[in-house]
Design a protein around this ligand. Structure first.
Ligand code: AHR
Length: 504
C-alpha cells in the first residue's frame, strides 16, 4: 500500500448554492423488459394486491424515496398510443413495441400506473409521444388527464373509473428526439417547432403545466450544443425545463475514469447551463429555464445487444429480461458521485430521474414468484434522498488529484453538503482506487455542532454485488473513524467509497 492521501474541506452556512428541489430525487418507469410486467406488476405473486401490484416492491420503492416518476418512456413513448392503455382491460390491444422489439399488452396504463403511484406516494411526470404522433394526441391526453368533467375526453376518463382528474403537472415533450434510434426522430429545427406547437396547445388546455423540452440524448451526440440552442430558440417562451440524459459504464478496466463520471456530468450541466444563458442573452430575457436531468445512471449498454439488430418476424416476447444490469460496489460509488454532482448544481438542476427503477438498469430487482431485493446502487440513492433536504451548500475543496484517461486530473474527493437548518449533511466520494483518504472538514463557521456519524458503501472487493442468491452481500456500513473536535471533523474514507455524514 502506498502513501495515504489527505483532503481539506471548508464549509460555511453562507456558501449557499440553492434550494434542493425534492424533484431531484425522481425515478423513471418505462414499459421495457420486466420493468412493469413481472416487475412492479405481477398479479400471481404472493405479495400482489388485488390490483396486481407487488407490495414487496412498493415497500422498496418507498424506502428508496423516489419523488417524481417519469412515465411511460423513454424510447417506448415515441410509438405509444396512450388510448390503448385506458378502458376495460379485456378490450386493450396487444401492440408491437418497436423501440424494444417486444409485445405491449397494455394491461397497465395511465389509471393503473396512477394507482401504483398513490401506493408508493410519488408524483407522476408524464411524457407525450412526439415521435409517431403530435399535437392533437398530446392535447387530448392533457384533456383526459387534467380537465375535471364535461368534455369528451374528461368524461371518457370518468367513465373509465376516475372521477377526479389526475392533475399531472410535469410533462415531457417527447423523448430523445435527436437520436436516430428514436421513432420519428427529427432535426433540431423540426423538433423545436413541433415542441413549441405542442407546448402552446397543451397549455391552452391547462395553463398550470410545467413542460420539459428534449435536450440531446447525451453529450457525445454530434449535434450536442447546437441542438439545445436551436430547440430553446423555438421553445423559449413555452417551456420550463430542458432535459439532459447521461449513462456511464466502466470500460477497459478503467476504474479511475469511471469513478470520476461526476466530472463528466458537471461539464455536461455547465455546457447546457451556458447554452440556456446564451439563448436568454440573445432573447433579452430574464426567464430561468431549468435543467431536468431526467435520465441518469450507470448502464452497461455495450453488454445489451439483445435489443438491437434483426429479429425474426415472430419474435415479439412479452416482458423479456432486458437491460438487467447487476451493479457492483464501484457502480454504487459512481452513482453516489453523480448524486454529489446533482446536489452541487441544485441552482440549475431542479428535477432529475434515476433511470430506471425496477429490473431494468435498476436499483431494485425482482424474481417472478420470488423475492425483491436492493442492488448496491439502491443505497447511495436512498441515503441521499432521505438526508438531502433544505439548502445545498458549496464545499471548498483542497484535495489531491487523480489522473484519469478520460477526464484528465480530477479531485481525489468529491463532496456536496446540505443543511435543513438543524442538521448538516455531507456526502463524500473517495475516487482513490487503492488508498484511503483522510478528510478534515473545517466547520468552525457553524459554531454549534457536537456529534457526527457516517455511513457508506465500500468493500474489500469493489466488484462485490447483491444477487438473488446473496441479496445482502453489500449493505451500508458505519464508518467508525469519524471524529468531531472543536468544529473540525476528521474521517478516513476507504478507497472506492461513498459516504453520507450527519452532523448535529
Ligand atoms: O433508459 C433506457 C433508454 O435510454 C431510454 O428508453 C431512452 O430514453 C434512453 O436512450
Amino acid at each position: 500500500m502506498g502513501e495515504r492521501t489527505t483532503a481539506r474541506l471548508t464549509l460555511h452556512p453562507a456558501f449557499r448554492i440553492g434550494t434542493v428541489d425534492r424533484r431531484l430525487f425522481g425515478g423513471f418507469v418505462e414499459h421495457l423488459g420486466r420493468h412493469i410486467y413481472d416487475g412492479i406488476h405481477e398479479p400471481g405473486h404472493p405479495s400482489a394486491g388485488p390490483d396486481g401490484f407487488r407490495r414487496d416492491v412498493i415497500e422498496l420503492v418507498k424506502e428508496l424515496g423516489v419523488t417524481t416518476i417519469r412515465y411511460p418512456g423513454g424510447n417506448f413513448v415515441s410509438g405509444y398510443r396512450w388510448e390503448d392503455g385506458v378502458g376495460p382491460l379485456d378490450g386493450r390491444p396487444r401492440r408491437l413495441d418497436l423501440a424494444w422489439h417486444t409485445t405491449e399488452t397494455n394491461q397497465v396504463g395511465l389509471h393503473e400506473f396512477q394507482t401504483w403511484l398513490d401506493l408508493v406516494g410519488s408524483e407522476l411526470m408524464l411524457a407525450v409521444n412526439l415521435g409517431t404522433r403530435g399535437v392533437p394526441e398530446a392535447t387530448a391526453l392533457v384533456e383526459y388527464a387534467n380537465v375535471p368533467a364535461g368534455t369528451a375526453r374528461s368524461d371518457q376518463r370518468r367513465a373509465n373509473g376516475r372521477d377526479e382528474p389526475f392533475g399531472v403537472t410535469m410533462w415531457c415533450l417527447g423523448n430523445e428526439m435527436d437520436g436516430p434510434w428514436q421513432l420519428g426522430h427529427l432535426s433540431a429545427d423540426d423538433y423545436g417547432k413541433l415542441a413549441s406547437r405542442a407546448a402552446k396547445a397543451m397549455r391552452m388546455v391547462d395553463n398550470r403545466l410545467e413542460l420539459v423540452v428534449c435536450g440531446s440524448s447525451n453529450r457525445d451526440m454530434p449535434t450536442f450544443g447546437t441542438w439545445e440552442r436551436t430547440v430553446l430558440e423555438h421553445t423559449w417562451d413555452d417551456v420550463d425545463y430542458i432535459s439532459c440524459h447521461a449513462y456511464y459504464q466502466e470500460t477497459d478496466g478503467d476504474l479511475a475514469s469511471f469513478l470520476a463520471s461526476g466530472v463528466d456530468m458537471e461539464r455536461f450541466i455547465a455546457s447546457v447551463a451556458a447554452t440556456i444563458d446564451h439563448v436568454a442573452t440573445v432573447k433579452r430575457s430574464d426567464k430561468k429555464v431549468k435543467i431536468s436531468f431526467d435520465e441518469w445512471n450507470v448502464w452497461y449498454f455495450t453488454r445489451w445487444n439483445d435489443v438491437e439488430g434483426t429479429f425474426p418476424i415472430d419474435h415479439w416476447p412479452v416482458a423479456p429480461r432486458q437491460l438487467e444490469d447487476v451493479y457492483t460496489v464501484a457502480d454504487a460509488v459512481t452513482v453516489g458521485g453523480l448524486l454529489i454532482t446533482l446536489l452541487n448544481h441544485a441552482d440549475r438542476v431542479t428535477s432529475a430521474s434515476l433511470a430506471q427503477l425496477v429490473n431494468v438498469i435498476a436499483p431494485i430487482m425482482t424474481e417472478p414468484g420470488g423475492p425483491a431485493w436492493r442492488q448496491t446502487t439502491f443505497h447511495p440513492f436512498a441515503l441521499t434522498a432521505k438526508a438531502a433536504h433544505g439548502t445545498a451548500l458549496s464545499v471548498s475543496l483542497d484535495t489531491g488529484a487523480i489522473p484519469t484517461a478520460r477526464y484528465g486530473d480530477v479531485p481525489t474527493v468529491a463532496a456536496a453538503a446540505t443543511t435543513d437548518g438543524t442538521a448538516l449533511r455531507l456526502f463524500l466520494q473517495n475516487r482513490a482506487t487503492t488508498e484511503p483518504t483522510t478528510v478534515t472538514v473545517d466547520l468552525t463557521g457553524f459554531g454549534t455542532f457536537t456529534t457526527a456519524t457516517a455511513t457508506g458503501i465500500w468493500d474489500e472487493d469493489p466488484y462485490a454485488a447483491n444477487t438473488l442468491e446473496d441479496p445482502e452481500r453489500v449493505v451500508p456500513r458505519a464508518n467508525e473513524t469519524i471524529e468531531l473536535i472543536d468544529g473540525v471533523l476528521t474521517i478516513e474514507l476507504p478507497p472506492v467509497s461513498w459516504t453520507a455524514v450527519t452532523i448535529l
